[in-house]
Write a protein that binds this ligand. Structure first.
Ligand SMILES: Cc1cc2nc3c(=O)[nH]c(=O)nc-3n(C[C@H](O)[C@H](O)[C@H](O)COP(=O)(O)OP(=O)(O)OC[C@H]3O[C@@H](n4cnc5c(N)ncnc54)[C@H](O)[C@@H]3O)c2cc1C
Length: 322
């Protein structure tokens, strides 16, 4: 009952084990009690056992591997793993859209509550989590005698540096003939941009309403490309059609934790700041010295972005900035 189970982020068998899964393992190790097992659901997962061997702390790996699980849906996964999950003291998933979709369903099947968005493990049953879009932290305790189900807020955890080279036993679990296909995978629309992914990028260059047009947003994209950064946007910029919806950063967009976040012409509304609280260094450029973004910025520059960005591009071109 004391063992912990991490259900991995859905992933292609050929890809490296996702950062989301590794961060969730970090949270599990912080809980610390009992052994730690890792469970994958997917198709063509043969090479995962070797990769899982490098993950510190993992003792056993279970796989549900079947061609029908190439694109597992939340209903399928919750039904499939419920029997396995039942025997664990803690079940964890990454706070990705996949984890946030699967775990509440699993909690429903097991008839237990769940804790979402865990920022910090205080004790084995006591967690700090964000509420009101991460603007308030609250401490919750899961009562004794029931399994603890939780999703992990990825921006608050780091990929563990510690590696091991254990040979981990991999147990293939039988996949039943009948899978819950009440929701079915139809299509994956992949963004064709070559820029780093906003959610995992080390650097993000973000623009707000002040950009004024989609054409002007291209200036920001040029800077992002020179810095090998992802592009982000405020909701005002997205609503005005300057940037696509998937680039929105904030409460109703993406919560990110890059090493560098550069905000151009973004006022710093609470709903935007919610998305960048865990960024390591925040740089803000705004022509209003009273803009709230300066309260959280590590470096602030009062100025016109239409002058500052060309200057930055020039400095990068001359090699005085990299
Ligand atoms: C329920 C809810 C959810 C929301 N979710 C989100 C969310 O996820 N993400 C989000 O971003 N917002 C969100 N919002 C909207 C949020 O409240 C703000 O309206 C929005 O963030 C403002 O975007 P902005 O900073 O680009 O625009 P503005 O607030 O209009 O700020 C523009 C800034 O640009 C500066 N500026 C103007 N011209 C220049 C120039 N030439 N050079 C430099 N600076 C200049 C101005 O001084 C100003 O500070 C949400 C709101 C609600 C109610």
């Amino acid at each position: 009952m004391d063992r912990m189970l991490v259900i991995a982020e859905a992933q292609d068998g050929g890809a490296p084990i996702s950062e989301a899964t590794q961060k969730t393992l970090a949270a599990a190790r912080k809980i610390g009690s009992g052994g730690l097992d890792l469970l994958f659901v997917g198709a063509g997962l043969d090479s995962l056992s070797e990769k899982a061997g490098s993950l510190a702390g993992v003792e056993r790996v279970f796989v549900f591997d079947d061609p029908r699980l190439a694109h597992p849906t939340a209903t399928m996964v919750a039904g499939l793993v419920s029997e396995t999950a039942r025997s664990y003291g803690h079940v964890l998933m990454p706070g990705t859209s996949f984890g946030r979709d699967v775990l509440p369903r699993l909690a429903g099947l097991l008839k237990v509550p769940m804790v979402s968005d865990v920022l910090e493990v205080l004790e084995a049953r006591v967690f700090k989590r964000g509420i009101y879009a991460g603007n308030v932290h609250t401490v919750v305790r899961v009562p004794d005698g029931i399994p603890v189900l939780l999703t992990v807020r990825l921006a608050s955890w780091r990929v563990p540096e510690e590696r091991s080279n254990n040979a981990i036993p991999v147990e293939r679990r039988p996949v039943p003939a009948h899978l819950d296909e009440s929701a079915r995978f139809l299509e994956l629309a992949v963004d064709s941009t070559v820029r780093p992914d906003l959610q995992s990028a080390r650097r993000v260059v973000s623009g707000g309403r002040a950009l004024g047009s989609r054409e002007n947003f291209a200036l920001l994209e040029k800077l992002a490309d020179r810095l090998n950064a992802a592009v982000g946007a405020s909701r005002a910029a997205v609503d005005a059609g300057y940037a696509s919806n998937d680039l929105q950063v904030g409460q109703t967009g993406k919560i990110i934790a890059p090493e560098l976040y550069m905000a151009f012409g973004i006022s710093g509304a609470i709903q935007h700041v919610t998305g960048i609280r865990d960024a390591r260094t925040i740089v803000a450029v705004n022509k209003d010295p009273e803009a709230p973004i300066f309260k959280i910025a590590d470096f602030g520059l009062v100025g016109d972005l239409f002058e500052v960005i060309p200057e930055l591009l020039k400095a990068i071109g001359q090699g005085t900035l990299q």
